[in-house]
Ligand binder design. Structure first.
Ligand SMILES: Cc1cc2nc3c(=O)[nH]c(=O)nc-3n(C[C@H](O)[C@H](O)[C@H](O)COP(=O)(O)OP(=O)(O)OC[C@H]3O[C@@H](n4cnc5c(N)ncnc54)[C@H](O)[C@@H]3O)c2cc1C
Length: 450
């Protein structure tokens, strides 16, 4: 493919968003430099810059599809690295109030479960195939430099571990740093407003254990998702199989409720869940050396799309734009989908005189609907709890009643079950659950129950 958009692009951050965006840029820039402040491990193990990576990280089917499209060998390499294939709808026992478990049935596609370090490691390896992508580790981006009128990015100032400072020219700068603080600083220094934010206070807390899967593990499931009895309780669990015959078990609560960081307390929390499935599976396990914890106070969506402009060539992506409630496993999948959007837009715009002019507006026009769907799914469920802070979506009680009745239908009807899971995996729009035919069935279900 001809490279015509620019000479050099700099990506800040080698997380899932940064790595997949680097791939998207590689077809259109002579050189793509990814800056990562961490030392990147040779093996798929944890690193300090992504503390959330110690906790369960589900990859939705939409994210897997986007990764497959960007990296043709991704799925093969993921399997070879030990990711566990899971039949959607069948292999994970989903325990919801009224359904213990929800009917398990094969919905027709395979997903994969693995640790977040393994996923990231596999994506990183894909970049080895691109001679024009350089990943510079132990190199912290300090500043994004712009033209004197503030209109266009020019370079990134970075500092290596030995404190050597360097300025890298850049026609395009991607902020995939998770926090997005360099973007916010740049907006301020160029006299631009800070983006408005939508914030939902959820106060989630995660505690995670890695546990060797015992020979006595149940054979009718590979993973378990135990939902709380909301709104009375916030205690839930997600335990999935990952590489090396290991379960990753994350227990958590909200609004001040959390599982203990020591094993006995962790087991006590597991015992108090709505079902005993997780407790029974892990109660005889050897205690792990450590149980990392993570507090996630708020989901935050920064509305860059509402700003009059951004400096030409600057683009925040991934968590720098939107940090989703982690419970629904959406962040990585949305980040990779954003990279796919950018890839397509660059392809469409490369014939323009200056393809970077207007690129961020075109990007956000497509990224906003990508974000809106998972955000609305999460928000709808978050506001089941009265303690959740933020603007409650209108008609939320009616939406909850609709959802409950829809679940009853899905439990009986495999086709509706499949639709609901496809929506959760961001494969289909939420509107597919509001067709007149389905709405009529849901209304009949609600009338029958009341
Ligand atoms: C507890 C928890 C559980 C989650 N579970 C899931 C899940 O199940 N499924 C899912 O899809 N998502 C999940 N997520 C969200 C997911 O982790 C992120 O959405 C996803 O990783 C995309 O993040 P990112 O690449 O934008 O940022 P990050 O993953 O935070 O990566 C940012 C990178 O930038 C680097 N960096 C930062 N500043 C600089 C700098 N100045 N210079 C150089 N490098 C820098 C960091 O070291 C890091 O490597 C979870 C999040 C949390 C908190």
């Amino acid at each position: 493919m001809s490279i015509i958009v620019g000479k050099q692009a700099v990506v800040i951050g080698a997380g899932v968003a940064g790595l997949s965006t680097a791939r998207a840029l590689a077809d259109y820039f002579e050189l793509v430099v990814v800056l990562e402040r961490d030392t990147l491990p040779v093996d798929p193990i944890h690193r300090v810059g992504t503390p959330q990576a110690q906790h369960v990280h589900g990859l939705l089917a939409s994210g897997l599809n986007a990764l497959r499209a960007l990296f043709p060998n991704f799925e093969r390499d993921l399997i070879q690295a030990g990711a566990v294939p899971l039949k959607a709808g069948l292999d994970v026992r989903v325990e919801r109030p009224e359904f213990n478990p929800f009917p398990q049935r094969d919905l027709g596609w395979i997903g994969y479960s693995m640790s977040r370090p393994l996923l990231e490691h596999t994506v990183r390896r894909q970049l080895n195939g691109y001679r024009n992508i350089i990943v510079r580790q132990q190199c912290r981006a300090e500043n994004v430099l712009v033209t004197s009128d503030g209109g266009r990015v020019q370079a990134v100032q970075c500092e290596s571990r030995d404190r050597t400072s360097e300025v890298l020219n850049a026609d395009m700068v991607i902020d995939a740093s998770g926090r997005g603080s360099l973007t916010l600083a740049l907006l301020k220094s160029t006299g631009r407003p800070r983006p408005e934010e939508t914030v939902i206070g959820i106060d989630c807390h995660y505690t995670t254990a890695l546990i060797a899967i015992p020979p006595t593990a149940p054979s009718d499931w590979k993973g378990v998702f135990t939902f709380p009895e909301a709104p009375a309780s916030t205690c839930g669990a997600l335990m999935l199989p990952i590489e090396n015959d290991t379960w990753i078990a994350t227990l958590g609560g909200r609004h001040g409720v959390s599982a203990s960081g020591e094993w006995d307390g962790f087991l006590r929390f597991a015992k108090q869940l709505r079902t005993s499935t997780v407790y029974d599976a892990i109660k005889h396990s050897t205690p792990p050396e450590r149980l990392p914890q993570f507090g996630f106070p708020e989901s935050v969506w920064r509305h860059f799309e509402r700003l009059p402009d951004l400096p030409i060539g600057l683009l925040p992506v991934g968590d720098a734009v939107c940090r989703f409630n982690p419970v629904y496993g959406q962040g990585m999948s949305v980040a990779v989908q954003e990279a796919s959007v950018l890839h397509r837009l660059l392809g469409e715009r490369r014939a323009l005189g200056d393809p970077l002019v207007g690129l961020s507006a075109a990007f956000f026009q497509e990224a906003v609907p990508l974000i809106e769907a998972p955000w609305a799914i999460a928000a709808g469920l978050d506001f089941i709890y009265p303690q959740t802070r933020g603007d409650r979506p209108p008609n939320i009680e009616a939406a909850h009643k609709f959802g409950r009745a829809l679940n009853h239908i899905a439990a009986r009807d495999p086709a509706v079950h499949k639709l609901t899971v496809e929506v959760q995996h961001l494969l289909k729009p939420r509107s597919i659950l509001r067709t007149p035919e389905l709405v009529e069935r849901v209304q009949a279900e609600m009338a029958a129950v009341s």
